[in-house]
Design a protein around this ligand. Sequence first.
Ligand code: ADP
Ligand code: MG
Length: 400
Amino acid sequence: MRVAADLDVKDKRVLVRCDLNVPIEDGKVGDDGRIRASVPLLKDLADRGAKVIVLAHLGRPKGEPDPEYSLAPVGKRLEELLGIEVRMAQDVVGESAREAVRATEPDPVVLLENVRFDPRETSKDDGERAEFADELAGFADFYVDDAFGAVHRKHASVYDVAERLPHAAGPLVAAEVEVLKRLTEEPARPYLVVLGGSKVSDKLKVIEALLPKVDKLLVGGGMCFTFLAAQGHDVGSSLLEKDQLDTCKAFLDTGKIVLPVDVVAAEKFDADAAHDVVDAEQIPSDRMGLDIGPKSVELFAEALAGAGTVFWNGPMGVFEMAPYAEGTRGVAEAVAALSSGDAKSGDGGALTVVGGGDSAAAVRALGIDEARFTHISTGGGASLEYLEGKALPGLTILED
Ligand code: ADP
Ligand code: MG
């Protein structure tokens, strides 16, 4: 796979697909992790004399302009982080975009409006996407994809544009692929996976794909209650997916699944609700489990000790509320402790990978140093699909 550093971009126009899909709160950028992550490539291209045209999506607008999903706040933040003027187009391929692309002022970064304002971006019709991709490709000499979070989508800005221009992977995409390859091709043993988050049904396929490959699968988060229920325990008013009980039973039969032994059970889904640590097998009927308890953290930490490879996806509890954040903190600490500083060079320590938007946000929100993990994946859905063994359109096309 060719990388952006291989391209001779001096005086060329480079269309860069970035993942700038950040939370917007009251018209301002919340957690700006994804914007920060995109900066090195954009800066490098600009420093090497390219005119940089940034293409990104935000949220899920309905294929038409919608101020709620404008990239304008993102452009502002990007400008602050880059230290280079960012010219914001008012549309994606319209007059404003064409003008911004043609302009030859010295500060060279252009941010096109939310690519999903055009219905052709996500169209299932190959012809519609092709037409849109032709217009986008007309803006540039090269295409660079640095939006790992979108490579599993057959969208015009991810797939069809790459087909039309000399292309390369950006550093984020290249780094993700390298780490995911290490997870799938002969991972150092023991290989442990920690899964959490809200629903089993979101992650069924990845559980199915990973179970034969891992030595142990530790389950926390909202999904652990369907497993506990599958063992015949009452889970109170905790998150429960009744239609997944049989599937969970089959997963449990592998003998590889480790479940929490205690949980933080609250009266309701509220940071101020009364809550106690209870036995995972005896959750009172009027309580809901919102985090794994301290004994479970210890159990998981013991299981993790000595691992060669760890993949962690999904918070262990509702970490957004302080009383239910300690399980996620404890597990994050246990995983981080496994990767010594040398792990990155492969000289020692475990390979520790965090995947998932909320998991990455949890690491940042809890103030855990990101550098203590070998890698934090920026693309949740895409990394899970890669681990499921699916071909990802955005990667397939870059490999051509
Ligand atoms: P990721 O984005 O890392 O893949 P998910 O999207 O699967 O993670 O899940 C994240 C969400 O799961 C968080 O918002 C968190 O509040 C929620 N969650 C975790 N534990 C529970 C629980 N016990 N009950 C309800 N929701 C939970
Ligand atoms: Mg999520």
